[in-house]
Design a protein around this ligand. Structure first.
Ligand code: HEC
Length: 192
């Protein structure tokens, strides 16, 4: 079993990674996304090697059972975090083996893993209005799908998997308490 190491400041060579690390601190008030949770779980438990995890195809239920079988790898996660993690994995895995570099110990998994809902929200949702639009809405999965299928959002250049990742992340985790959202993240309220 190989233990995953996220070499925090040492490996900061890629600008993207720097901004991601900074963003993680600045946006800690947002619920964690699936890739972040996956790295935490693998780092804190004796699950299989990360490559065998990300090249496996499982449903959400199978992912949950898989981790539960592994010496309760999910014990430090809240119920919402478990749902976020298994939805992320069911949507985004398997990563085709040919896309994974041979020298797996050199992979920076933080940037290599498909974007999770946390990152997609930050990258996408502040381009036209405040982040609060995403964070204070209470919608079921279908409701998010309907919103994103409408003319205001359907133009966004996301893949099917990214939309699904985002929809699950938002449906599971939102709304968050308004007082948790820093003042500078509030934008103009949507106007019709
Ligand atoms: C291309 C621009 C654009 C981007 C990017 C964008 N939106 Fe919007 N969004 C709009 C527009 C336009 C409206 C209509 C209201 C308004 O005038 O602001 C809207 C409204 C909303 C509303 C309120 C809708 C309602 O009926 O209550 C929510 C919620 C929302 N967006 C969520 C999101 C989320 C989550 C993201 C990130 C995936 C996002 N938006 C990204 C343009 C955008």
């Amino acid at each position: 079993m190989k233990k995953l190491k996220i070499l925090v400041p040492l490996a900061i060579v890629v600008a993207f990674f720097v901004s991601l690390a900074m963003a993680q601190e600045q946006f800690e008030f947002m619920p964690k996304g699936g890739s972040m949770l996956l790295l935490e779980v693998l780092d804190s438990s004796s699950t299989d090697d990360i490559v065998s995890v990300v090249t496996a195809k499982r449903t959400q239920e199978e992912w949950e059972a898989y981790f539960t079988d592994q010496e309760s790898a999910l014990k430090d996660l809240t119920e919402k975090e478990v749902k976020t993690l298994v939805a992320y994995l069911a949507i985004n895995m398997p990563i085709p083996e040919e896309e994974i570099p041979k020298e797996t110990e050199k992979i920076d998994w933080v940037t290599f893993l498909p974007s999770d809902g946390w990152l997609l929200t930050l990258e996408t949702c502040m381009n036209c209005h405040g982040l609060d639009a995403a964070l204070i809405e209470e919608r079921e999965l279908v409701g998010w799908g309907t919103l994103f299928g409408g003319h205001d959002h359907v133009i966004l250049p996301l893949t099917k998997q990214q939309w699904a990742t985002l929809e699950y992340y938002l449906a599971i985790n939102m709304p968050i308490p308004e007082e948790d959202i820093p003042e500078e993240m509030w934008g103009a309220p949507p106007s019709y």
